[in-house]
Design a protein around this ligand. Structure first.
Ligand code: PEP
Ligand code: MG
Length: 838
């Protein structure tokens, strides 16, 4: 004997009924709110989750008592009501209760055709969803004989006539929906959306609002904002003599529309009443809702409401508008916007409504999208920009020599690399869409072509679209949405600033970067990578002369030419930042990065330096290292070739005096990279102090400066206590620190990172999301040792993780003073910081 599920617990929705989202699901709660607002919701009964679970487990539902609530005219829909609307749920089944008797009655009242259509629809959904018969047998549209054919197909397949007892129909529908929720596919789908493994379902039984009949009858949906832009706008569809969500070619538009008559013109009073319901929902449900409604002979029923689906930009606009209208608090508005979603607003995006012709996929390294002509060299990118033609720089990987090409391009695509490879870091800094690690494509630099995994080949000059937000390379020109740095965005950012309790600085190397940082209200510059300043045409040559200098004196001559250029760079940054902190990192990369790599480049260099080609080639070879990232770079250069840091310190201090004389006082921060021993800091500090004293005397001016160390080797983290004694601040360079902690090349890891993540070797790409267990432990250790030695030492992160919400949560919890990230990530970081503070 099957046990009978206990239905004593079901509730009929009413203003005072004891309905809870956790017990009856969000839809039940939402409908109850509509009832409280006096909206005409058809009679609805809610089955709690434990009853639904009992049904799924095989208990026989006794539906007689539910049917009794609806009386003799039993015609209902069954809707799912999970706790969270995001978790999906089985689709609605309409017209339960439809049988021969009801068909006869409806034929009399609404006409044979309408009755046939309703009955057919129910038989079709019952046959496929409940009896699990082959949908192909039941897909015929309404028409002469279609109903009879469906009924006899059902009989033939199940060996019994179509069930006529409404209570049995309801029991079977409830059972099939309860079981569908427990199915493996449904579980996987909802768990992917964040549902817990034990997520439960409530079910609703609602009187059918027919949408057919004399006068104005039909059904539709209506919403009051644009889902893409978030701007106020009435949108939706209405279809006469129909049920369900009206999506069909012959639907009417709600508002006046050149394509035909609208509901607004056809029935202005009904339209006005619906608009009133919309405002009531917005005010009382504190959300932009889409109404699903039916009209029967001019009588409106509101069947359901769901949160309006929305793009990221619409999310911001809607949240801010609700707060400005006093419907929700500012804090609520902040919490309603997912920080990452802000990225979409800052850049051009491929229009989500437009078709996409995907050609290849790689790692989404810098968000936004751009369309341009393919170029394969930095020189071609510059030439293309000079012609005013947007281009996409396609390289196997990029290096410092590509920077000017990257500046000239509208997007970058590389075959190799990972989240912190050169291309990725620079592109994020420039706000350029970028895809790296696109191993699916094959670049043939000889015949200048790009071949995709499906064999399609693109030649130099052909158009492609790079979607850096999702890592897709698209063939041809995709349709774009413009960035949305509108009032809503700015307002939200302002509110976030008042709440966020960790500093957010920007990594900015150029005046343009600094201006972007200011535009997004960064608290200062947390990392200025000075080496990027040496790649401009005029400077590169002087830089190379400096590298080739035979004697300290020759080197000084070259450095003396670089000094005014650097000073001008820093003055520009100080001016733009107007007294906000600016942290300048002394020269970091291996020198050979500044040297040419091919014969042509060597020849040009020999010409510029007026030296024999053989000598230049020999010197370049002599400077090459087996493992340059672990070689002669950072502070090691500062110790062995101290004139470079001397020149940079002088440029910083002279710029400080100059900028302070005409604007806000500047207290520059000077940061030493790649430190692994306290003695390195002592040596460099002594020289920098000497330069500062000299500049003070020469310029007859006083100024203060703060010296800091970049903690990016594991040893520096371990010895942070000793190091902190010489410094005002410690800034964790988590890119190199991750590279060195894992022994994982940041430039090569892209090749196998997806395999590693897919096989759960790493939970995430550690160059993207801070590895809190390993690298994080070094951060905690370094911070506490540093603070123990010097309680007021400023602690920060300036690696790419500074812009990642999960990593920011970690830094905030660890009491770090600030994080610093690419200027375009500042808004995301700020909102994430605000979320954690709320
Ligand atoms: C780092 O290593 O984290 C860092 C910020 O420096 P870079 O990326 O320039 O090596
Ligand atoms: Mg580094």
């Amino acid at each position: 004997m099957q046990k009978i599920a206990d239905f004593s617990e079901f509730v009929k929705l009413s203003p005072a009924a004891p309905v809870q989202a956790t017990r009856h699901g969000w839809r039940a709660k939402c409908l109850q709110r509509l009832i409280r607002l006096d909206l005409p919701v058809p009679t609805t009964v809610a089955l709690p989750v434990e009853t639904v679970r009992a049904i799924a487990a095989g208990q026989m539902p006794d539906t007689g008592r539910i049917a009794a609530v609806f009386g003799s005219d039993f015609l209902v829909s069954v809707r799912s009501s999970p706790e969270n609307p995001e978790w999906g749920g089985p689709g609605t089944v309409l017209n339960v209760g439809m049988n021969d008797a009801m068909h006869a009655r409806l034929s009399d009242s609404h006409g044979r055709e309408a009755a046939d259509a309703l009955y057919l629809r129910f038989v079709q959904s019952y046959a496929t969803h409940v009896a699990r018969l082959d949908p192909d047998m039941f897909h015929a549209g309404p028409g002469e004989g279609a109903l009879a054919a469906a009924l006899s197909a059902y009989h033939a397949e199940t060996d019994e006539p179509f069930p006529q007892d409404p209570a049995r129909q309801l029991a079977e529908v409830l059972r099939s929906m309860a079981r569908a929720w427990e199915g493996t596919t449904a579980r996987l789908l909802r768990q992917a959306k964040g549902a817990p493994p034990d997520a439960v379902l409530g079910l609703l039984v609602q009187r059918m609002a027919l949408g057919i009949g004399p006068g104005i009858s039909g059904s539709g949906t209506m919403q009051f904002v644009d889902s893409v832009t978030g701007a106020p706008r009435i949108m939706g569809r209405f279809r006469g003599q129909s049920q369900g969500r009206a999506i069909s070619d012959d639907t009417l538009f709600l508002t006046r529309d050149p394509r035909g008559l609208s509901l607004e013109e056809l029935a202005p009073e009904i339209f006005a009443v619906l608009c009133g319901y919309g405002s009531a929902c917005r005010a009382r449900l504190r959300e932009e809702m889409q109404l699903e409604f039916a009209i029967e002979g001019g009588r409106i029923s509101v069947i359901d409401t769901v949160r309006v689906a929305r793009s990221a930009r619409a999310t911001v606009k809607i949240a801010v508008a609700l707060a400005e209208d006093g419907i929700i608090t500012r804090e609520d508005a902040l919490l309603r916007v997912e920080p990452r979603a802000l990225t979409e607003l800052l850049h051009y995006q491929v229009d989500p409504r437009a078709p996409r012709d995907r050609f290849a996929r790689g790692i989404a390294a810098s968000p936004g999208a751009a369309v341009g002509r393919i170029v394969f060299t930095a020189a071609a990118a510059q030439a293309s920009a000079a012609r005013g033609e947007p281009c996409i720089l396609v390289r196997r990987e990029t290096g410092p020599e590509d920077i000017r090409g990257m500046h000239a391009a509208v997007a970058v695509l590389t075959e190799r690399g990972g989240m912190t490879s050169h291309a990725a870091v620079i592109a994020r800094g420039l706000g350029l869409p970028c895809i790296v690690g696109c191993t699916e494509v094959h670049i043939n630099s000889r015949d200048r072509s790009l071949r995709g995994p499906d064999g399609r080949t693109f030649l130099e000059g052909e158009l492609i679209t790079v979607d850096g937000s999702n890592g897709e390379v698209l063939a041809g020109t995709a349709e774009m949405l413009e960035p949305a740095l509108d009032d809503g965005f700015r307002t939200l950012l302002r509110w976030a600033e008042t709440v966020c309790d960790i500093g957010i600085r920007a990594n900015a190397d150029t005046p343009d970067d600094a201006r972007t940082a200011r535009m997004f209200d960064a608290d200062g510059i947390g990392l200025c990578r000075t080496e990027h300043m040496f790649f401009d045409e005029d400077r590169l040559t002087v830089m190379r002369e400096m590298i080739f200098a035979d004697t300290p004196n020759d080197r000084r001559v070259a450095l003396d030419r670089l000094l005014p250029m650097q000073r001008a760079d820093f003055i520009a940054l100080f001016d733009i930042m107007a007294g906000l902190p600016v942290c300048i990192r002394l020269f970091d990369p291996p020198l050979h990065e500044f040297l040419p790599h091919d014969r042509e480049g060597m020849r040009e260099l020999a010409e510029a330096l007026d030296r024999p080609l053989s000598e230049v080639t020999r010197r370049v070879e002599a400077l090459s290292e087996f493992n340059p990232m672990l070689g002669m770079r950072g502070v090691r250069l500062g110790v062995t070739v101290p004139e470079i840091y001397d020149m940079q310190a002088r440029a910083i201090f002279e710029a400080t005096v100059e900028a302070s004389r005409r604007g806000a006082p500047v207290v520059p921060e000077v940061m030493i990279p790649l430190v692994s021993a306290a003695r390195e800091v002592e040596i460099v500090k002594t020289r920098i102090d000497a330069v500062a004293s000299a500049v003070r005397t020469e310029m007859k001016a006083d100024f203060a400066y703060r010296l800091g160390v970049m903690v990016e080797t594991p040893r520096a983290a371990l010895r942070a206590g000793e190091i902190a004694q010489h410094t005002h601040f410690l800034s964790f360079g988590t890119n190199d620190l991750t590279q060195m902690t894992y022994g994982l090349s940041r430039d090569d890891a892209g090749r196998f990172m997806s395999t590693y993540v897919n096989q759960h070797v790493y939970a995430e790409d550690p160059f993207h999301i801070l590895d809190v267990e390993g690298v994080g432990e070094l951060l905690l250790m370094g911070a506490s040792r540093g603070r123990a030695a010097r309680h007021d030492v400023t602690i920060s992160v300036c690696g790419e993780h500074g812009g990642n919400p999960e990593s920011i949560a970690f830094c905030r919890a660890a009491g770090f003073d600030y994080v610093s990230c690419s200027p375009f990530r500042v808004p995301v970081a700020r909102l994430a910081g605000a979320h954690f503070a709320l």
